[in-house]
Design a protein around this ligand. Structure first.
Ligand code: SAM
Ligand code: SF4
Length: 483
């Protein structure tokens, strides 16, 4: 009998990939996806614990299921991912009707655990070891990289895929829960990654995005030598069928010149670099234990601009971190303005239990000040994004067509003409009118309008000469000469 599965995913691209893989393995086990929790026999939440808000959302969603579970005790409810690893039994205490809690290092067990629960095995909890609960090797082994079969049907588009090249993180920025919930940094063998990308290419995938918390720290030693990210890119570039390669997220201190030149020299590498600065103040960066000064960030950013002048560079910032003064904040605004990021993700500091900043420093910037700084920084960023996007007017860009735009999704599914979105190599979104047949292709678009977030374009078609219009009714159709 088919079992009906509903899954909700919050958080980063790692979580999106984890959900894709969990669903792929459950489809193999006879599950089919449904669109609402009401229709489902099994409801899974793949969770995030980077900020309090992400956790609050999941606890409220669980709260809303209490009555449904009381009415139908056979409905299985599971919590997967970072919040499962962080809160563990606490989830059973706050939502006693939850059946399953599985950390990100144990996702391979989900199908078997669901079978056990369905067979009356009772509540199950599977998480990895706490970072201090064993030797480095023991803890590493308890966080298993989850890279099973891929399922093109489970991706938003079959021609784009995330590929995990590392798990975990060892940087221990003081505000961040990731090293605790995703475990020690471990790079996957290059040969495994190459094999996975070959398989993806054979299935029709054209764009891959390599994932790692500090993706440019990738380093794997094998019998035939050590591979870093630049070396891995060179190997992936050889794979036929792959048109574009991206990688996120970069750690500023590990942005080597070799990597930048590799991106410059390999035509398939996207000219797009996400390199979070987090703050423009040395005092704040030191309290965050980011491992660089603002001068070092500027030097790195200057090397990017010198080596890859056309690259889209993006950043993350945390505002209202412990002890952040108006002057510290102003230095962040200054860094953002002079770096002219393509866009920035801006977050209000959210204290996380189990992190060093929560233990060592009071969360002393009031909420209204955090909000104001967030809005101010965002306004500065949006002004820059809009100005820089204007430079694209009347230029022709190449995009990989991703699918219908938001407006396009509301159009009739059987209408071939639809508003589409595509992405440039430097990660700019372009909206244009096209045909569904163009999805998955690389197309030239002439840009005629630009806002802070979007470029607007028209498909550049080749010009046909006037001679084609001389049609004689009785003769066969004229061959159209193309110039
Ligand atoms: N590994 C990546 C890096 O180092 O840039 C990103 C990891 S984290 C999932 C994504 C972003 O969330 C971070 O870059 C940071 O700006 C933000 N973040 C992490 N912890 C946070 C916290 N406690 N409060 C607010 N924002 C936080
Ligand atoms: Fe968190 Fe810092 Fe690691 Fe990024 S580098 S995941 S912010 S600890």
């Amino acid at each position: 009998m088919t079992k009906r599965l509903y899954i909700e995913t919050v958080g980063c691209q790692m979580n999106m990939l984890d959900s894709e893989l969990v669903v792929a393995s459950l489809r193999k086990a006879g599950y089919s996806l449904v669109d609402t929790p009401q229709q489902a026999d099994c409801i899974l939440f793949n969770t995030c614990s980077v900020r309090q808000h992400a956790e609050d959302k999941i606890y409220s969603a669980l709260g809303r299921l209490k009555n449904a579970k009381a009415r139908d005790p056979h409905k299985i409810i599971g919590v997967l991912g970072c919040m499962a690893q962080k809160d563990q039994e606490l989830i059973f205490k706050r939502a006693p009707f939850v059946d399953l809690i599985v950390g990100p290092g144990q996702l391979h067990q989900v199908p078997a655990l669901l079978d056990d629960i369905a067979a009356g095995g009772g509540q199950r909890l599977e998480v990895s070891l706490d970072r201090k609960a064993g030797s480095r090797t023991e803890v590493e082994q308890s966080f298993e990289s989850y890279d099973p079969l891929r399922d093109p049907a489970m991706r938003p588009t079959p021609f784009q895929a995330f590929v995990r090249i590392m798990i975990g993180c060892d940087k221990f920025c003081t505000y961040c829960i990731v090293p605790k919930v995703r475990g020690p940094e471990q790079s996957r063998p290059a040969a495994e990654i190459v094999a996975e990308v070959r398989q993806l290419a054979a299935e029709g995938c054209r764009e891959i995005t390599l994932l790692g918390q500090t993706v440019n720290s990738y380093r794997h030693a094998a019998a035939d030598g050590t591979t870093n990210l630049a070396g891995l890119l060179r190997r992936l570039h050889e794979i036929e069928g792959i048109w574009r390669i991206k990688f996120i997220t970069n750690y500023p201190r590990d942005m080597s010149q070799e990597l930048l030149e590799t991106v410059r020299d390999l035509s398939k590498c996207s000219q797009y670099l996400h390199v979070p600065a987090q703050s423009g103040s040395n005092a704040v960066l030191a309290r965050m234990k980011r491992g660089y000064t603002v001068e070092q960030y500027r030097e790195m950013h200057g090397r990017i601009r010198a080596t890859l002048p056309a690259a889209g560079v993006t950043s993350d910032f945390i505002v209202g971190f412990c002890g952040e003064t108006e002057d510290d904040f102003q230095q962040t605004v200054d860094l953002l303005r002079e770096s002219r990021f393509k866009n920035s993700f801006i977050f209000k500091y959210s204290p996380r239990e189990g992190t060093k900043s929560d233990e060592l420093f009071p969360d002393d910037v009031p909420e209204n000040v955090k909000r104001r700084r967030n809005n101010e920084l965002l306004a500065s960023q949006n002004a820059i994004s809009e100005e820089d996007n204007q430079a694209f007017l009347e230029r022709t860009v190449e995009v990989l067509v991703e699918g219908p735009s938001k407006a396009g999704m509301k159009q009739a599914a059987d209408d071939p003409l639809v508003q589409l979105t595509g992405r440039t190599s430097c990660d700019r979104i372009v909206v244009f009118d096209g045909n569904r047949r163009q999805i998955g292709q690389i197309l030239p678009l002439a840009i005629y309008d630009a806002s802070a977030f979007t470029l607007f374009g028209t498909v550049v078609t080749r010009r046909a000469g006037p001679e084609v219009y001389e049609l004689a009714l009785a003769s066969p159709p004229a061959r159209v000469p193309v110039h």
